[in-house]
Design a protein around this ligand. Sequence first.
Ligand SMILES: [Zn+2]
Length: 251
Amino acid sequence: MYEKQIEQLVVLQKVDDEIILLEAEIDQAPKDVAALESRKESLEKRKQQLTEKLDLLAEQKKKLEHEIEEDSVKVKKSKSKLMLVGTTKEYHAMMREMDSLEKLNRLREEEKITVLEETERQTELMADIEGKIKELNEELTEKRAGLKEKLDAANGELDKLNKRRNKAGEVVPKPILGRYEFIRSRLAHPVIVPVEDAVCTGCNIMIPPQEYNVLQEGKQILSCPNCQRLIYWIEHIPEAAKPKALQKDEK
Ligand SMILES: [Zn+2]
C-alpha cells in the first residue's frame, strides 16, 4: 500500500512536470505572435511618417517648379522689352531686376536638387520598410496558422495529462495529496524526492538517523525536515531514480 502510494505520487509528479512544460508552451505561443504584431505596428507607424515626409517633399518640389517657371516667364518678358526702353537708367533697372530674378531661380534650382536627393533617400527607406513589412506579414500568417494547431494539440495533451493526474490522485490518500498540493504551490519542483544514502536529493541535506530508519521501514509518507518535500527511500522505488543511478555508475 505504502509503495503504491509513493509510486503514484512519483507518477503524479511526472505528470505535473509535463503539465508545467505544456502550460509554459501554451502561455508563450501567443506572446510570440503578439511580439511580431507589435513589431509590425511600429513599422507601419514608421511607414506612415515616411509617407507624410514624401508628400511634403513632393509639395516642396511642385512649389519650387512653379516659382521657377513663373520667374523665368518674367525674365523672358523683360528680355523682349529690353530693346524698347528709352533711357539707360531704365535699362539698368531692368537688367538688375532680371539679374535678381535669375539669381533667385538659381537658388531655387539648388534647393530643388536637395529636395530630389532627400526624396530619393526617403524612397529607399520606404522600400526597405515595405520589404520588412512584407516579410513580417508572411511570418505572421505562418505563425497565426501554426498557433491554433499548436494550442489545440497542447490543450488536448493537457486534457489527457489532467486525466492521468486525477487517476494518480485517486490512489493517494486525501491528506497526503493535500500535502503534495500544498508543497507544490510553495516550492519549486520537484515536490517528492528520493532519499539516497540518508541524503534528501531535494535539498542535499542529511536526514536524521531516527527518521531515516522510519523512512526505510516504508510505512508512512514523510517530509524532509529541512526542505519539507515529500521523501521516500530510493530502494523502495529504484526505477524512479534510474537516471541518477546511471550518473553514479559513470563516475
Ligand atoms: Zn530536503
